[in-house]
Ligand binder design. Sequence first.
Ligand SMILES: [Mg+2]
Length: 213
Amino acid sequence: MDAAFEKSFGTEHQTAADTVPRYTGLTAATTGFDVDGVIADTMRLFVDIARETFQINHLSYADITSYNLEECLDLAPATIDAIIQQIIDGTHAPRLHAMSGCCQTMARFGADGHPVRFVTARPEAGVIRTWLESTLPLDAGQIEVVATGSFESKTAVLQSKGIHVFVEDRLETCFLLSQAGITPIVFAQPWNRYPHPFREVSSWDELAMLMGE
Ligand SMILES: [Mg+2]
């Protein structure tokens, strides 16, 4: 089945009609998920913290056109750092929400009771694990979280866990994974609108079509 994934993911010029059946069968046993920007609407939280806590009202989600926030936002680096620190520490006043449609699809994905694996480049897992447990319709014992502390470390963690497909929003990480033989699925976001050769989904509904029978 894994070889079939690799093959179908590499096929070009598929129509929507023949893409959907080829991708069915994505399961928790072989698939892992990034958290920020895929499961958690973290950049929305960034904009909300900027507005509610720092009185910065001009930012919009679409302004975040790069993973390097200093590059794309006209904010003082110290302000960006302060907002990111609140997100990492979980001390922010506005709530962190799940991406639209994520919970419904996760419920289906975890229905067989298999652990669902999340691999984040955050420096530590505690805060985001608590959030995942309180937000996703999965048993706490079914949620596996690894915080690698760096994007580069994701590959080895995924390989050690037998994860062959990974849903990720940072394009540079997708290239690293692909070079190591892991199939990335790009979760489309304003900060990854660059050419790439990978399968891409624009929503959790679209991702849901890659799961199931
Ligand atoms: Mg991410």
